[in-house]
Design a protein around this ligand. Structure first.
Ligand code: N01
Length: 542
């Protein structure tokens, strides 16, 4: 990569201008740290800028899936729906960028390609794809936990003569699918949101499903007149409750529902009549709303069976209904909520293709060929997920102490980190929502605010106390991993049949390790604060 011009120097560099990067910039500026944000896209928004596929929506309430650090912002911004759709979140992040005058410190269209730590100078040199260089003592990687899309490796994909689309980079101008024969590959959170919307437009929709999803029906609605104002008037209490809640969202959300299940009676001691009543009265939710599913794989399997009975009450074609029943344990993958997912399979223009029965052999010029035959398509939509948590930093050449490459460390040892905030051997590099932090299983926005604030305070502390470096100790890192692993060990989340982005199982060749901290944000915050108060125990300050 050619180097162009003299490097520009800052006190800190932030990678990414999504939710995390915007707040990191604001916070560091407030602390008097000269900061530059490097953003590969041409606008702010991160994941909410590029995942603009039809149906894209958050599964946490807008008043909680938003910054809490500024009362002005939370009072001024007007949400229109209980759970915001992608355009509204993108608009919100643009509003925040304008309101805090953030753009003047963001370099857009600036993709970081490499970063190297210089031990003698105690600084990072960051080089962009076009060869620009930036030097700063501190780097904050706000590069996103779900920002590197996974493109499937299916023979013949490049030779498809119709339109190939990726949900993670949906065209800004939109795509008219009216009257077209569409195939969707992938039935995770993205596919489940997309499929009902596409079904209403397309002439015919084929859903190519490799793993069926557990998904709960949800009602998203516009705020009633005066409702948002009343919530805003109570924001102090709402944020206080959120702060105390393990998942960082105290109101009803995809996560809080899971947590509430823990307090429910065990499925194993429910009579058959009680089980059937739960399904009759509460549908798929009734099948899963039991307290023992997280810890007892047999109870979890019973729930899957009950879930199948609930799905069969909605989906009329028995073969389709049976194919829609997941075979992996419930809770292995991130919870999904939907609007009319199962009902979509009752439409005449929707066909489920069960890839467990007929795997994809190839993409042909005219569609998709499975083991059972050819499906002619005009459009193929890939909703095939992300290289989560470690993907964004792994595609950058991150060289720490002694030239160690971060992606090699993670390939060798798994996604190790101390607190999800730093990796041993990579001084002064902070990761917002890194592996081993609460991020994955919580309200990302609540989790990132805590991270950004801790990082800001840490940098301020180092500067105030004449330290130029901070680096996670390998022993502290190993103990942290041991702790996060022990927390999740008694749950079904680590069952051998669990494979998802939570444990890297969705990326061929990625070393598997559960990448979250399941102790909840309040306990995590307490530990992080305790570590800081003890002079950053577990870190070496230089
Ligand atoms: O990705 P996924 P996602 N052939 O990895 C399938 C967040 N999010 O983008 O399970 C055929 O969950 C794959 O099959 P399998 C949220 O955190 C949030 O949907 O590997 N199929 C799976 O069905 C979420 O968890 C929101 O067998 C292939 C699907 O593609 C995360 O993003 C909305 C395949 C990928 O599912 C990721 O969700 C959207 C192949 N070669 C996303 N390769 C909300 O806030 C992969 N698949 C609501």
């Amino acid at each position: 990569m050619a180097q162009s011009g003299a490097p520009r120097r800052y006190d800190a560099l932030v990678i990414g201008a999504g939710f995390s990067g915007l707040y990191a910039l604001h916070r560091l500026r407030e602390l008097g740290v000269r900061t530059r944000v490097l953003e590969m896209a041409d606008a702010v928004g991160g994941t909410w800028l590029v995942n603009r596929y039809p149906g894209a929506r958050c599964d946490i309430e807008s008043i909680e899936y938003s910054y809490s650090f500024s009362d002005e912002i939370q009072q001024e911004w007007v949400w229109t729906e209980t759970m915001p759709a992608q355009p509204e979140i993108e608009a919100y992040l643009n509003f925040v960028a304008d309101r805090l005058d953030l753009r003047r410190d963001i370099a857009f269209n600036t993709e970081v390609a490499a970063m190297t730590y210089d031990d003698a100078a105690a600084a990072w040199t960051v080089t962009t794809r076009t060869g620009e260089r930036f030097i700063a003592p501190f780097v904050v990687a706000a590069s996103g936990i779900l920002s590197v899309p996974l493109e499937p490796d299916i023979a013949g994909m490049g030779g498809f003569e119709g339109t190939s689309l990726y949900t993670s980079r949906w065209p800004k101008s939109g795509v008219d699918l009216t009257g077209r024969r569409v195939g969707v590959v992938g039935t995770g959170s993205t596919g489940v949101q997309l499929i009902p919307v596409v079904a209403r437009e397309a002439a015919h929709l084929h859903v190519f499903q490799r793993s069926a999803a557990y998904t709960l029906p949800w009602q998203v609605r516009p705020f009633a007149p005066g409702e948002l104002d009343a919530l805003k008037a109570d924001y102090g209490n709402i944020r206080a409750a959120q702060r105390e809640h393990p998942v960082g969202a105290a109101r009803l959300s995809a996560f809080s529902v899971l947590l509430d299940m823990l307090a429910r009676p065990p499925l194993k001691s429910a009579s058959r009549e009680e089980q059937l009543r739960a399904v009759r009265e509460h549908g798929v939710m009734g099948a899963l709303n039991w307290g023992d599913l997280f810890f007892d794989i047999d109870a979890n399997r019973m729930a899957a069976q009950l879930y199948g009975e609930a799905v069969a009450r909605i989906v009329r074609d028995p073969r389709t209904a049976a194919a829609l029943v997941p075979t992996h344990p419930f809770a292995c993958k991130r919870p999904i909520i939907d609007q009319g997912y199962y009902e979509t399979f009752n439409r005449d223009n929707v066909t489920l293709v069960d890839l467990r029965a007929e795997p994809i052999n190839a993409v042909t010029p005219t569609g998709i060929r499975t083991a059972a035959g050819d499906y002619d398509l005009d459009v193929i939509v890939y909703a095939t997920g992300f290289d989560a948590m470690t993907g964004a930093l792994s595609r950058i050449d991150v060289r720490g102490r002694d030239g160690a490459l971060l992606r090699d460390v993670w390939a060798r040892e798994g996604p190790v980190s101390y607190l999800g905030l730093q990796v041993a051997g990579f001084p002064n590099l902070f990761t917002v929502q890194g592996p081993g932090s609460p991020s994955a299983a919580t309200n990302f926005v609540a989790a990132l605010e805590q991270h950004v604030e801790w990082i800001g305070d840490c940098i301020a502390y180092l500067r105030a106390n004449g330290h130029s470096t901070i680096e996670a100790l390998p022993t502290a890192q190993a103990e942290w991993i041991e702790h996060t692993t022990a927390l999740v060990a008694p749950t079904v989340l680590v069952h051998p049949t669990c494979s998802s982005w939570y444990n890297g199982g969705n990326v061929p060749g990625k070393k598997r390790m559960y990448m979250g901290y399941t102790g909840g944000i309040p306990e995590y915050r307490r530990r992080c604060d305790e570590i800081a108060a003890a002079g950053y125990s577990g870190f070496e300050l230089g």
